[in-house]
Design a binder for this molecule. Structure first.
Ligand SMILES: Nc1ncnc2c1ncn2[C@@H]1O[C@H](COP(=O)(O)OP(=O)(O)OP(=O)(O)O)[C@@H](O)[C@H]1O
Ligand SMILES: [Mg+2]
Length: 637
């Protein structure tokens, strides 16, 4: 074939030469007979180096062996087509590097035989763009799934792999429905069809809770945005999938907190009201009983009158008992909390229960060893157990099993955050479980309300659980209920464990600075803490006087000589008088007496006030032995 000659041929040659595609013509033997400028640029050869050579020199070695066969195939059935459809093609450059290409083949019949023109397009720029696109898609924090009109997954990013637990090979080419929960799977294709019929960007399932189903079958709450994508290959939908489980959980927690708060406020209000009434009522009953007794002593010798008055007094006494219970839950009673072994208390109550619970109920008590002690009022704890056990017995009129467990329990951080008033840390759990009739939802929700009862009028006052609730609140703990109709009831009472066990033997670290018999007044209302503090300080070489209330401390300071104490250590939060007020008083008496104040985690005291009260040093509890030793030394100066 000759390309030289007439003007048409010349123009053709110019067109070939300046084509932006590389053009390369070969004969049936695979020899290169024509190349254009772009081929030279693309492969880095001068045309003299190419003409007459086998085209295989432009094919990477790893693909070369299949090339002659493919070429023979083409010459056997010549037609215009693209080469290696669907496969990635590469050209081999003179410098040995490879270039991604797209190749179109056109057979050219001439009187010199059949030739083929390959038009070769450098697609490295496109590949780079694709690569960049892939990186962008992959590093998106949103999950991305692209689906074609038949619902097949054609693209997923890394977040989708993470979220659904599949490797991308496992989902590519699969129907998108594999990621849809079974319940919605049936409707999904019709939704998809509707979307493709009227494609516009929108979010999916507005107002509905959407879930994705993971490889392991679990579901994850998601938010899904749909975007139509027009491509040469047709319409696709690109879904962005956002994992909202963290948000959902936070919402649930917030809702639970609000509900608890609402409940607590209600209890508080009713408690205050009832407490106020009970208080007045108590005085009224006092008068009735007082006058009743006077009346009895005056006219009691008449038998019929005596019996009437006795009835009257009995009723008044019942009223007093009731008032007593109301006062108990409305927290108008003083309770003294002391270190208490809950297990031991339960054992004591167990004896009592034997006498009061019907014999057809099997009572089992399980106390795990090594449960930390709690700060509690024994009488209150008795009331809690008796109330819960009585409720359980009432729920099992035909017999059943009543279990009471005491066990250690560590309250985790998130569990603590979900329960206002509780803090992360070791607790002791009192569980009262029955196999009785259980409660329906309405009962469950209102069970702790004062005066809520499902019992017949006169049979129950509905104060039992309200009282338990009040007592647990007072003990900085919580009570929770788990119950289903027919499945029995479990009540859990959570007591915070004593921060520092009094029995803990203080070990003195070698590097702790020690005292030399200086005298320290240690003010701490919590008995057990006071004892630990004392033992630690003694072990550190100080003489220690303990005061368990601020009034007593003041008394001691007032009656002592100015140099009796080298240091005052006081807790901040104490009943009747805060550590700050105490410090102020002490400073007024002995202006130069150094004061060290310990505060809990929660209090945030203004520095100004702390200084003006004469507190030289403020440290947060709990303290290690060394921290205490250092704080003492520093404060004494
Ligand atoms: N263990 C339980 N099993 C089933 N229902 C219970 C249980 N404990 C409490 N309830 C339900 O909660 C309601 C309120 O209990 P609560 O102890 O406060 O009052 P009460 O038992 O009805 O009366 P009171 O305790 O004052 O005699 C009960 O009436 C009952 O419906
Ligand atoms: Mg009760």
């Amino acid at each position: 074939m000759s390309m030289s000659g007439g003007p048409v041929e010349l123009r053709l040659r110019a067109a070939v030469e300046s084509s932006p595609s590389g053009l390369l013509m070969i004969d049936a033997d695979g020899r290169i007979v024509l190349v254009n400028r772009e081929i030279e640029r693309l492969f880095g050869y001068a045309r003299e180096e190419l003409l007459g050579k086998s085209v295989d020199m432009l094919v990477p070695a790893r693909l070369r062996s299949s090339h002659p066969g493919a070429r023979a195939g083409f010459f056997a059935a010549p037609r215009v087509r693209t080469m290696g459809a669907g496969r990635d093609l590469f050209g081999l450059r003179k410098d040995g590097s490879e270039v991604p290409v797209e190749i179109g083949l056109t057979p050219v019949a001439t009187n010199e035989g059949l030739f083929v023109i390959s038009s070769i397009v450098d697609i490295s720029a496109r590949k780079r763009a694709e690569q960049r696109f892939r990186v962008a898609v992959d590093s998106s924090p949103n999950g991305m799934v692209m689906v074609d009109a038949t619902g097949k997954i054609v693209l997923v990013n890394r977040e989708i792999e993470r979220l659904f637990g599949y490797a991308r090979e496992e989902v590519l080419g699969q129907p998108i429905e594999m990621l849809v929960p079974a319940a919605s799977r049936g409707n999904h294709p019709s939704f998809r069809e509707a979307f493709f019929n009227e494609p516009r960007a929108r979010s999916m399932g507005i107002g509905r809770d959407l879930f994705g189903v993971r490889k392991d079958g679990t579901q994850v709450p998601v938010e899904i945005g749909l975007n139509p994508i027009e491509t040469d290959e047709g319409l696709f939908v690109l879904s962005s999938v956002v994992d909202i489980s963290a948000r959902k959980q936070a919402e649930d927690e917030r809702r639970a907190l609000e509900e608890q708060l609402r409940q607590a406020q209600k209890m508080e209000a009713v408690g205050t009201l009832a407490g106020g009434i009970a208080h007045d009522f108590n005085n009224i009953l006092g008068a009735i009983i007082g006058y009743g007794e006077l009346l009895f002593s005056e006219v009691g010798h008449t038998p019929s009158v005596a019996a009437d008055i006795a009835e009257l007094l009995k009723s008044a006494q019942r009223g007093k008992d009731l008032v007593e219970r109301i006062l108990a839950f409305s927290r108008r009673q003083e309770r003294v909390r002391r270190p208490l072994d809950l297990g031991q208390t339960v054992s004591e109550v167990h004896q009592l229960l034997r006498a009061t619970i019907p014999a057809k109920i099997d009572v089992r008590v399980a106390i795990s060893p090594a449960t930390p002690r709690v700060a509690a009022d024994a009488t209150s704890v008795h009331q809690v157990i008796m109330n819960l056990a009585t409720n359980a017995a009432h729920a099992m009129p035909n017999g059943g099993r009543l279990e009471i467990d005491v066990e250690p329990f560590y309250l985790g951080d998130s569990a603590a955050r979900a329960r206002p008033g509780l803090r992360e840390g070791p607790h002791t759990l009192l569980v009262v479980r029955d196999t009785g009739m259980g409660m329906d939802r309405m009962t469950r929700e209102r069970a702790f309300e004062p005066f809520f009862t499902t019992k017949a009028p006169g049979a129950g006052t509905g104060l039992g659980l309200a009282m338990v609730h009040g007592i647990m609140h007072d003990h900085l703990g919580a009570v929770e209920l788990e119950s289903e109709p027919g499945k029995g009831t479990t009540v859990r009472c959570l007591f915070p464990a004593l921060a520092v066990e009094a029995s803990e033997a203080p070990a003195v670290a070698a590097d702790a600075p020690r005292g030399h018999g200086e005298s320290i007044l240690y003010v701490e209302d919590e008995d057990s803490l006071a004892r630990v503090g004392q033992r630690r300080l003694v072990a550190l070489g100080y003489e220690v006087v303990v005061a368990t209330d601020p009034a007593q401390a003041l008394q001691l300071v007032r009656s002592a000589a100015a140099n009796r104490f080298a240091l005052i250590i006081t807790d901040y939060s104490m009943p009747h008088m805060s550590g700050l007020d105490l410090a102020e008083e002490i400073t007024r008496i002995h202006p130069h007496l150094p004061i060290l104040m310990l505060t809990g985690y929660m209090e945030n005291l203004p520095e100004e006030r702390v200084r003006s009260a004469g507190v030289k040093h403020l440290v947060k509890k709990p303290l290690t032995m060394v921290e205490l030793a250092l704080a003492v030394k520093q404060t004494m100066g």
